[in-house]
Design a protein around this ligand. Structure first.
Ligand SMILES: Cc1ncc(COP(=O)(O)O)c(C=O)c1O
Length: 439
């Protein structure tokens, strides 16, 4: 139990994606952060192995972002974005357009990854209708996909716990996931087997009819479900099939965007250009909530029709293009550019991979997957207690000074992109020791 819990009640705050009663009985509290480290409320330094929640790509406590935010709050704290504008929104969109994934340089601002996903799905429907394909109302997602928690996101998502007690959109179907330990475990680089799973899209076209399908959405690398890499050739094949059938391809790059794989976006890493890309997280270095949807001009321009005084897309958020978030985002892009962070992952990827793969013989490990500066370490589950082993590793690591993330029995690591080699070694050593203590 950490210090703060003795001083105040923890009852009022209903925590998201948390076992509230378990947490409140033994809280884990973070009090401050700088660079690669958090400080817990009882004064311990905790190495950040997860960039917060896959978002603090430039490391913590960046003064330039804090200054830009403070300045913006004093200059223009809020401006409505419906039928009104402010210059920073246009400047920020233009800056993003310069690095836009696959040249998708029309940018719609949202407040989060979930909002980006729902926005992308709605844009896909509006696009299909605008080009005379109004019967295309279905979406195709993928098993084990995570696309946030909006009704659109959970519908195309493929994680059962996020879906089972909520209703989901009608007319959604799913590709099979690509995780195949029997054929691909401990692969160095992308899995060699499984490109043919993209043909599931052909099967779903044969089942539902292409004229009913608006879009297919996938994470290029599935993050939240436990770091699942696309098999060699898989994304290319998906692109080809989608194009053949007039189906829009959406890449959800909420995690893979802004340098996580060693390229600015996964789109460049794989050399596959979708029609729409969703982003959030690293957009503002996690400092303020903001998301963005990158659209190809063909998508955007198809909607710029009709009378000039007509609103083209009846969609938007109070906080779309929030000026303070735009200021945070601009300062973030400056840091990324100055420190080369959007490609630094490529320089470290080989070191990262070798360090992580050294855990191959660690206790309970049945697979390790890495790409850029992401890793998934899969553990054998305890009989009748799936997830227990990884959760215990998570608590143990935190108590000893390392923040990791776990999903089921998979440990995910995704440090800030400023990570140094010695810190990678420390992370790996601490995980090894934690696993050694586990039964
Ligand atoms: C791929 C992906 N899409 C969407 C989201 C949802 O983002 P948010 O939590 O900002 O709504 C996440 C969050 O982890 C994500 O990983």
């Amino acid at each position: 139990m950490t210090a703060i819990s003795n001083a105040q009640s923890l009852d009022a705050y209903w925590m998201p994606f948390t076992a509230n009663r378990q947490f409140k009985a033994a809280p884990r509290m973070l009090a401050s952060a700088q660079g690669m480290y958090y400080t817990s409320d009882d004064g311990r330094r905790v190495l950040d192995g997860t960039a917060g929640l896959w978002c603090v790509n430039a490391g913590h406590g960046r003064r330039e972002i804090a200054d830009a935010v403070g300045e913006q709050l004093r200059t223009l704290d809020f401006a409505p974005s419906f039928q009104m504008g402010h210059p920073l929104a246009f400047r920020f969109a233009e800056r993003l357009a310069e690095i836009a994934p696959g040249g998708l340089d029309r940018v719609f601002f949202t407040g989060s990854g979930s909002e980006s996903v729902d926005t992308a799905l709605k844009i896909a429907l509006a696009y299909q209708r605008a080009i005379g394909q109004g019967t295309r109302t279905r979406f195709i997602g993928r098993e084990r996909g995570y696309h946030g928690v909006g009704f659109g996101g959970i519908s195309v998502g493929g994680l059962v716990n996020n879906r089972r007690v909520f209703t989901t959109l009608p007319g959604v179907d799913h590709l099979r996931h690509t995780h195949d330990l029997a054929r691909n475990s401990f692969c160095e680089g992308l899995p060699q087997h499984g490109a043919e799973l993209a043909d599931d899209l052909e099967r779903l076209v044969a089942l539902h009819g292409a004229e009913t399908i608006a879009a297919v959405i996938v994470e290029p690398v599935a993050g939240s479900t436990g770091v699942l890499l696309p098999p060699v050739g898989y994304l290319e094949r998906l692109r080809k099939i989608a194009t053949q059938h007039g189906i829009l391809l959406i890449f959800d790059e909420v995690i893979t965007g802004f340098g996580r794989l060693g390229t600015p976006f996964a789109t460049e890493y794989f050399g596959v250009t979708p029609d729409i890309v969703t982003a959030a997280k690293g957009l503002t270095n996690g400092s303020l909530p903001m998301g963005a949807v990158f659209c190809g001009r063909h998508v955007h321009d198809a909607l710029m029709h009709g009378p000039g005084n007509a609103i083209e897309l009846f969609h938007g958020y109070t906080y779309s293009a929030h000026p303070v978030a735009c200021a945070a985002g601009m300062a973030t892009l400056d840091i990324y550019a100055r420190e080369g962070l959007l490609t630094r992952g490529a320089e470290l990827a080989a070191y990262w991979q070798a360090a992580l793969l050294s855990l191959r013989d660690a206790n309970h490990v049945i697979d390790i997957r890495t790409i850029g500066l992401v890793a998934g370490i899969e553990l054998a589950s305890r009989k009748d207690a799936p997830g227990a082993r990884a959760y215990e590793a998570f608590v143990d690591c935190f108590e000893r000074g390392l923040l990791i993330r776990v999903t089921g029995d998979i440990i995910a690591l995704s440090p800030p992109l400023i990570v140094e080699r010695e810190q990678i070694d420390t992370m790996v050593q601490m995980v090894r020791e934690a696993l050694a203590r586990l039964d």
